[in-house]
Design a protein around this ligand. Structure first.
Ligand code: B12
Length: 219
């Protein structure tokens, strides 16, 4: 089976929520030397993006999207140990990542976590629906380098501002970089809440996080 066939097949298997097919194709990717990183981003991630669009159009519903997420996780479990990120050695740092209080959407956060982990970052996963204070106290107690926050809902975006304020109140804002992501978030929002950076997807998150670590260490 060729590379294109495997990547397209993985994408389709995620959309179809076909866990068995996802596992089969992930194993096939490894066997035939397809880059695991590419398989995750262009197979699994691309499939999940299609699911989001189909959901928005009303073509699929909650049960289907949850099956797709399960199928994607099954493929990623197989692919993850095989990821090689080129500059992994250069910019390791400690990252706490979580989904803001009130928000249960964690599929995107999990994808970002896996890619950061594979790139050599030390990850503290706070999970989803994370209270503001947990972000702040973990940043302080664990001396993290990056506070990474996700939200998929407009209603929970203000929580990100509360975390930035909390970091300031505890006098640790200068010690950390604040990275935000999720569909409703953008560059403009970063400046409004005085965060440090935004990344639109998991592969960009790795690049941006590496840059933030360089900035932090270069001070
Ligand atoms: C799947 C889904 C669900 C699932 C979530 C399952 C789970 N465990 O995550 C379930 C069914 C539970 C759900 C529930 C709800 N949902 Co919903 N859901 C979605 C859906 C269809 C897809 C989201 C998704 O997983 N996408 C795939 C992932 C891979 O993409 P992603 O999350 O965007 O992540 C990528 C980037 O954003 C980025 N990224 C993400 N996080 C981070 C973090 C950092 C630090 C960085 C750098 C980057 C980054 O990288 C990721 C990977 O490339 C979206 C619609 C959509 N088009 O997005 C609605 C959507 C987010 N849901 C919505 C709503 C309203 C709800 C509910 C309130 C519905 C209800 N009435 O019950 C509840 C909320 C419950 C709660 N309190 O959270 C709305 C939000 C509207 C708004 N603007 O606020 C949306 C937009 C649908 C819509 N059009 O109305 N939902």
């Amino acid at each position: 089976m060729g590379k294109k066939e495997i990547l397209d097949g993985l994408k389709k298997a995620v959309v179809d929520g076909d866990e068995a097919k996802c596992k089969e194709l992930a194993n096939e990717a490894i066997k035939t030397g397809v880059d695991a990183y590419e398989a995750i981003m262009e197979g699994c991630g691309a499939g999940m993006a299609v699911c989001s669009d189909l959901y928005d159009k009303g073509d699929i519903f909650v049960p289907e999207i949850l099956m797709s997420a399960e199928a994607m996780y099954a493929a990623m479990d197989i692919l993850k140990p095989h990821i090689k990120v080129e500059d992994a050695g250069k910019s390791k740092g400690k990252v706490e990542i979580g989904v803001i209080e009130g928000d249960m959407h964690d599929i995107g956060k999990n994808l970002v976590k896996i890619m950061l982990d594979a790139a050599g970052f030390e990850i503290i996963d706070l999970g989803r629906d994370v209270p503001i204070d947990d972000f702040v106290s973990t940043a302080k107690n664990e001396k993290v380098d990056i506070v990474a926050m996700s939200t998929l809902m407009t209603t929970t975006m203000p929580g990100m501002l509360d975390v930035v304020r909390g970091l300031r109140d505890k006098d640790i804002r200068e010690n950390v970089k604040v990275l935000v992501g999720g569909a409703p978030v953008n560059e403009d929002f970063v400046s409004r809440i005085e965060a440090d950076a935004y990344a639109e997807d998991a592969s960009k998150a790795v690049k941006v996080a590496s840059k933030l670590i360089e900035e932090l260490r270069g001070r």
